[in-house]
Design a protein around this ligand. Structure first.
Ligand code: FES
Ligand code: MG
Length: 577
């Protein structure tokens, strides 16, 4: 590996010159108490930290930034912490997805406008992973993603409880009258025991495991629980390694190609990962000029069964997955699907990284010969098309009731979640488990931000009859921790005049997962008549970030990135005068 000269580092443009500006950069760094020897002649390592007190999943990242700094100092770098918006999944409304591109922009511009040579990205709660990496890919300087790690296992009255998955489960049980209000309050303090991301295969563990398989984390880092002492050691190792990566100029464009993304897809499918990853991966791929489509994902989902026995597709939690050997043990069992020669941030190939991985619990990390969900019964991702979704919709059939995978039923259609929630709890509502519930105006432009409204509620009276799943259709997303026959990301969305805008209560909807189709049985003539009458109903923002978002966001099957951020067109380095 040839090492770069000091003069080739970006930071030298700020610090090395013999002029008034460079004097000010050195002077102002010393203003913070740094000795000249502590920053001159050293790679400057940015630590992009998404810690916030509104982000419980990232509550430990302040400490982890200190661990990263230890590693950077040890290897002769100069660490600087740069705070960024946290996009904590639970508190941010209307949805963190509205702010994924915001954080991507922030990460890219923080790296660009400062004298940064390489960076460690601290994040993990759902959108923070794709956001930080999208920004870093566009900036294309050496980076390591340091995943926040899953929270510790939860338990309630002897039963394993997973974040998100069991919130939804017990909410349904409360509405069905099977648990009491007191039980519900008791659960609040029991389910989420520590900092860290959701301990189920939600979007967080889906995305961090995918980017681990793509080579953007230290090998196996995504499985280390947030509060394990090994997590601090991993963070310190990120700090040590990034300094060498700067000298090696090992940047994302030298690590990633289409095969790296395909390796990510193997992890995605094997985990029974979140449908949200389908949107994020397309956006990330476009930032490095890699072609990746929904059809690539459907193809991989047809080859790799769910082998991680973790909620919501399985029965264990992320801490069990870690003790069983974590993502590396899982990938080793799936080696035949992987491109093992892909490089990773630690300087070794994926194949070298997983060669010695052991599996300590074959019940938690199954093999392809004994999957959690056989491919014949369900997959991590189905891509459906038809006259309801010409550009595609997705669903996770491995987390759906198999009896609904081929289904015809009448639609009940809602234009907004408030009316839907009120109506579905009406005891006199004319509805059966065969009805298909439709919610529209939840897409990228319509909501805006494509919120996780797609796990549409089962009507209260049906819950009391024991119904726990129905066919549901939405142009929004759903939490990766949730389950059910939910058809999501319908594209084009209703708000831009997609055919979902034309469906009416009473229309027959036909789902055929084996044929990969979703259709409404409405004639072309009738649809043309309805189209002529259609008027947009989405709220249009005149100002604020939402206004920028509505004007520039792409549709779900294109990744929901902004038109002016996607692609690989070079951006000039900032002038220093
Ligand atoms: Fe942060 Fe689930 S809420 S990872
Ligand atoms: Mg989530």
């Amino acid at each position: 590996m040839t090492k770069r000269e000091l003069s080739e580092l970006r930071s030298q443009r700020w610090f090395a010159a013999d002029d008034m500006r460079a004097f000010a950069h050195r002077q102002r760094t010393q203003q913070m108490g740094m000795r000249r020897e502590e920053f001159m002649g050293r790679p400057v390592i940015g630590i992009i930290n998404t810690w916030s007190e509104m982000s419980p999943c990232h509550a430990h990242l302040r400490d982890r930034a200190e661990a990263v700094k230890r590693g950077v100092w040890q290897m002769g770098g100069y660490p600087v912490e740069l705070p960024a918006i946290s996009v904590g999944e639970v508190m941010v409304k209307p949805t963190t997805m509205l702010y994924r591109n915001f954080l991507a922009m922030e990460c890219e511009e923080l790296l660009r406008c400062h004298p940064i040579d390489g960076a460690v990205l601290l994040g993990g709660c759902d959108k923070s992973t794709p956001a930080l990496l999208m920004g870093a890919f566009s900036m294309d300087i050496p980076v390591i993603f340091c995943p926040a790690g899953p929270m510790s296992n939860g338990q309630w009255r002897g039963i394993k409880t997973g974040a998100g998955t069991h919130t939804k489960k017990y909410w349904d049980e409360l509405r069905a009258g099977n648990i009491t209000r007191e039980d519900w309050v008791d659960l609040e303090s029991r389910m989420t025991r520590s900092p860290g991301t959701c301990n189920t295969i939600g979007t967080a563990s889906t995305m961090t495991s995918i980017v681990d398989a793509m080579g953007m984390t230290l090998s196996g880092a995504s499985s280390i629980p947030a509060v394990d002492s090994g997590h601090s050691r991993m963070a310190s190792a990120c700090g040590a390694r990034i300094v060498d990566m700067v000298w090696e100029d090992l940047k994302p464009s030298k690590i990633l190609d289409r095969d790296s993304f395909l390796n990510g897809l193997v992890a995605y499918m094997a985990l029974g990962g979140s449908t949200n990853a389908a949107v994020h991966l397309i956006a990330m791929a476009k930032r490095v000029g890699v072609s990746l489509t929904l059809d690539d994902m459907a193809e991989m989902a047809g080859k790799v069964p769910v082998v991680a026995n973790v909620f919501p597709s399985g029965e264990y939690l992320m801490e069990d997955f870690y003790f069983a050997g974590g993502v590396n043990a899982m990938l080793k069992k799936l080696s035949r699907h992987l491109k093992l020669d892909r490089p990773t941030v630690n300087g070794r190939t994926l194949g070298e990284n997983i060669a010695d991985a052991d599996c300590w619990n074959d019940e938690v990390i199954r093999g392809e010969d004994n999957p959690v969900v056989p491919l014949a019964r369900g997959k991590t991702l189905e891509v459906l098309r038809g006259n309801l979704a010409p550009n595609g919709a997705v669903m996770k059939s491995s987390a759906a009731n198999p009896k609904f995978l081929k289904h015809v039923g009448p639609a009940i259609v809602f234009d907004d979640p408030r009316t839907m929630n009120r109506t579905l709890d009406d005891p006199d509502l004319d509805i059966t488990e065969d009805t298909v519930i439709v919610l529209r105006n939840a897409g990228p432009v319509g909501a805006p931000g494509m919120p996780e409204w797609g796990n549409l509620p089962i009507p209260k009276k049906l819950l009391k009859q024991g119904v726990r799943d129905m066919v549901r259709i939405c142009d929004g997303r759903m939490s990766g921790t949730h389950y059910g026959t939910c058809i999501l990301h319908v594209s084009p969305e209703a708000a831009v005049g997609g055919p979902l805008a034309l469906v009416r209560t009473g229309d027959l909807i036909e789902l055929d997962v084996a044929a990969a189709t979703i259709n409404m049985r409405v004639s072309e003539e009738e649809l043309a008549r309805r189209r002529a009458e259609w008027k947009p109903t989405a709220p249009i923002y005149e100002r604020s970030f939402a206004a920028l978002y509505q004007r520039h966001v792409s549709q779900a099957h294109e990744g929901c990135d902004f038109d002016f951020l996607t692609g690989t067109q070079p951006v000039p380095e900032p002038p220093i005068y």
